[in-house]
Design a protein around this ligand. Structure first.
Ligand code: C2E
Ligand code: CA
Ligand code: CA
Length: 411
């Protein structure tokens, strides 16, 4: 069993003064197993030996031979299971980028520190250290499903629509709900779409999948309409759906059968999916659906490379600012610049703007201050099943009544 004081800590920095300083800080604080290296090659030698492999590495980014980023790659090759703290004199953006890279490699990252290092900040980060044993065991690693299993899931009606509301930031009114499909797997439990949509697309199953999602979503929209709930229903449409001309007939017919008006239906299209080689057919389908008064939404705006091109070519009604530019934009200058630019572009193009990934009151307050139209995210509601919608609606209305739209003190 580990206790903090016998944590094996390795400091890697080419600056010997820094090595002495950090060692001094740590030993003064009672850490008894602190070692240091002034180059990556020596550090890797320690990592390769079980006895000297550290639980935590304090890593300098800027080193002359092997830099910090390259070092991280070697850690990945070695299946390093300890944690990492980045220490650098680089600016905030550089450190954030490096942090994202470490996250992408799935190495536990406790955080980063600017030089000169403040002992309080260093110890605060170390407090968050947890032993590797508490990390997800391998058995929980994402399972890869075969196309046949997904095909069977569609045939056996194991796909279930969840719904996530989009609400007006100014009034709290519930404007629409987005359909997010899940797989209720008989033995594996709840499976999220990133584990089966891609495989469905690659194996020609996306038409059947979307068809099922549409049938369920429109039946639900009809029920809500009959109960007097004025909600728009948003459905995610894959690029592959837009590659065949019969897709629009399917949508148009299903909407008619359910006695719904096209204006009540929003088709969310991810722009990265829109970047396929031949855009003529998707463009034609989207334009014709728009002519029939379906609403078109550009999803995940800001990710991918041709956001502007898509905006220029397709008459979207709604723009969804990707969650990666929304959550924490109130405190992060880079995110804030991207959030502001997306918002302002949508406004100039007279589109409705939805901010995705609103996770807390600070995010919500930013949308209020900047005049974003709609909010979506776990702060408002995670995706829920239709049966839970009436209960959530009541809760939400209570939250709005009890002051959510009033001014709050900044964090
Ligand atoms: P998306 O359309 O961008 O959907 C938003 C995703 O963000 C959803 O993930 C949702 O659960 C998640 N989310 C919602 N609020 C928050 C929040 O506050 N914080 C964070 N971090 N995440 C939040 P989900 O349900 O796993 O769906 C992932 C993607 O799968 C969707 O991204 C969409 O592109 C695709 N997808 C989902 N359902 C369908 C479908 O029926 N058809 C197709 N073609 N794609 C679908
Ligand atoms: Ca979406
Ligand atoms: Ca999105």
């Amino acid at each position: 069993m580990h206790n903090a004081s016998n944590l094996k800590i390795l400091i890697l920095d080419d600056d010997h003064f820094m090595l002495r300083l950090l060692t001094h800080m740590l030993t003064n604080q009672g850490f008894t197993s602190v070692s240091s290296c002034d180059n990556g090659a020596d550090a890797l030698k320690k990592i390769d030996v079980a006895d000297t492999c550290p639980d935590l590495i304090l890593l300098d980014l800027n080193m002359p031979d092997m830099d910090g980023i390259e070092f991280v790659r070697y850690l990945v090759d070695r299946y390093y299971t300890g944690s990492l703290i980045l220490v650098s004199g680089e600016d905030e953006r550089m450190l954030q980028t490096a942090e994202k890279l470490v996250h992408a490699h799935k190495i536990p990252m406790l955080g980063y520190l600017h030089k000169p290092v403040s002992p309080e900040k260093l110890f605060a980060l170390i407090e968050n250290w947890t032993p590797p044993a508490s990390k997800k065991p391998k058995s929980l690693a994402k399972k890869v499903y075969a196309a046949e299993e997904i095909q069977a899931a569609i045939s056996n009606h194991e796909l279930v629509n969840y719904y996530q509301p989009k609400v007006s930031v100014a009034t709290g009114e519930i404007i629409s709900v987005e359909t997010l499909v899940r797989w209720h797997h008989p033995t594996d439990g709840l499976i999220l779409p990133d584990q089966f949509i891609g495989i469905a697309e690659q194996n020609g199953l996306i038409r059947d999948l979307t068809c099922q999602v549409l049938i369920n979503a429109l039946a639900q929209a009809k029920k809500w309409q009959q109960s007097g709930q004025e909600l728009r229903m948003a459905i995610n449409v894959s690029m592959d759906n837009l590659a065949s001309l019969d897709f629009q007939d399917l949508v148009v017919n299903l909407v008619k059968e359910n006695n719904l008006s096209p204006q009540k239906i929003i088709l969310e299209v991810t722009e990265s999916q829109l970047m396929g080689a031949d855009k003529r057919i998707p463009l034609e389908i989207l334009t014709r659906l728009r002519l029939k008064r379906f609403h078109l939404s550009i999803d995940d705006f800001g990710t991918g490379h041709s956001s502007m091109t898509q905006l220029r070519d397709i008459p979207f009604d709604e723009l969804k600012i990707d969650q990666s530019f929304v959550h924490r934009a109130w405190t992060d200058e880079t995110l804030r610049a991207m959030y502001d630019a997306s918002l302002s572009m949508a406004k100039q193009l007279d589109m409705d703007v939805v901010a995705e990934g609103v996770e807390d009151l600070n995010d919500w307050e930013l949308l209020r201050q900047t005049g974003c139209d709609m909010a979506q995210g776990n702060f408002i509601s995670p995706p829920i099943q239709a049966v839970d919608f009436p209960r959530w609606t009541k809760e939400w209305q209570n939250r709005v009544r009890s002051g959510l739209l009033e001014n709050h003190d900044p964090a």
